[in-house]
Design a protein around this ligand. Structure first.
Ligand SMILES: [Zn+2]
Length: 340
């Protein structure tokens, strides 16, 4: 009996040397300690052993069983540790690995200027909205009072994608959405890219920026428009900025005005600096045409509003003395990294 117990122990020891995984070990555990294990058979045969030998034999079998368990447990512990180490080694991330050097970005001159203007407008109670750059003809033209046969469509060479869809020619496409979805009174502005069929030269690019704002409330008047625009331009262009309002025409507004900043060299008399114009045009504005309000579900008997719109690219060009508009769209890192 003692001999066969020793043999069992030796056999397990032998098998453990070639046991490589915890699942292999589970099989071994079944084989040596399970219901059909050799040691279990020996236990069962105890009943045939003479009564006086039973205690000694029982103790011997028990000892062997404990030894087998110990061996299996130790092997299991070692295997688990080994498997964990392997897993960790496989999943290690080397944080010291060398990556290709990337330059730190800088803010685009257009965004630098836009951020400045956006801050002024939000400070005056305007909320920022946006419209899609690709839009339906309806939102870009129809709902802002530029129907199919309107001559104003000839003023803008549009980039159509299908018969009804185009790249927006003006940020005004955000205004119908605001008027249809927000209950007056409200003040909103939209800043973004617009697109026209234009050849690239010193002052033209097929994509450029616009900023447009509208205010709709009861009894909004031209005086509100004038004081707001004057205030915006003083904050944006400097406290000394003088403005000049001239009558103009836009389909979106009636009456319409163009606003100039008066030349600060000649004070409006005309000089070489302003090419004898006495100033330069900054924006278009006016009282929102009652038809536009009605087209977008606002009662024009109860409400009125004003609108203004800037072509924006000239401001970063002026501030940073950028000679060609196209520089702002070429993404040349040598140009861009000058701006912080
Ligand atoms: Zn001048």
């Amino acid at each position: 009996m003692k001999e066969s117990l020793q043999k069992i122990e030796q056999a397990l020891q032998q098998e453990l040397t070639s046991c490589a995984t915890t699942s292999d070990l589970l099989t071994l555990r079944g084989k040596y300690l399970g219901k059909n294990a050799e040691i279990s058979t020996l236990m069962k045969s105890m009943k045939d052993v003479p009564a006086e030998q039973r205690p000694a034999m029982g103790a011997l079998i028990h000892q062997t069983k404990q030894a087998l368990e110990l061996m299996l447990n130790q092997a299991e512990l070692a295997l688990k540790q080994k498997e964990l180490n392997e897993k960790l080694a496989k999943e290690t991330i080397d944080v010291t690995i060398e990556k290709p050097y990337k330059e730190k970005g800088s803010i685009h001159p257009i965004n630098l200027e836009l951020m400045r203007l956006e801050k002024i407008l939000t400070g005056m109670g305007f909320s920022q909205i946006d419209g899609p750059e690709m839009d339906y003809d309806t939102y870009n033209f129809e709902l802002v009072n530029v129907p199919q046969d309107h001559p104003a469509r000839d003023m803008q060479d549009s980039l159509f994608i299908t018969k009804d869809i185009l790249l927006r020619t003006q940020t005004s496409n955000a205004q119908p959405r605001a008027m249809q979805n927000i209950k007056p009174p409200f003040k909103v502005f939209c800043a973004g890219r617009v697109f026209r069929k234009d050849e690239i030269d010193a002052t033209h690019t097929p994509a450029f920026y616009q900023v447009e704002g509208i205010y709709i409330d009861k009894k909004v008047s031209m005086a509100d428009l004038k004081s707001t625009i004057t205030q915006i331009l003083k904050e944006y262009l400097g406290e000394g900025t003088k403005t000049r309002f001239r009558a103009s025409y836009f389909p979106f507004t009636e009456p319409s005005v163009e606003v100039d900043a008066v030349c600060n060299v000649c004070n409006g008399k005309g000089c070489p600096a302003c090419k004898y114009a006495g100033g330069y045009e900054i924006l278009g504005a006016g009282m929102i045409h009652p038809k536009v309000l009605e087209l977008n579900g606002i009662d024009s008997n109860e409400y009125s509003g004003y609108a203004f719109g800037f072509g924006f690219d000239r401001f970063p060009k002026m501030r940073f003395k950028i000679p060609y508009a196209k520089y702002m769209f070429e993404h040349d890192i040598r140009f861009l990294k000058q701006f912080k």
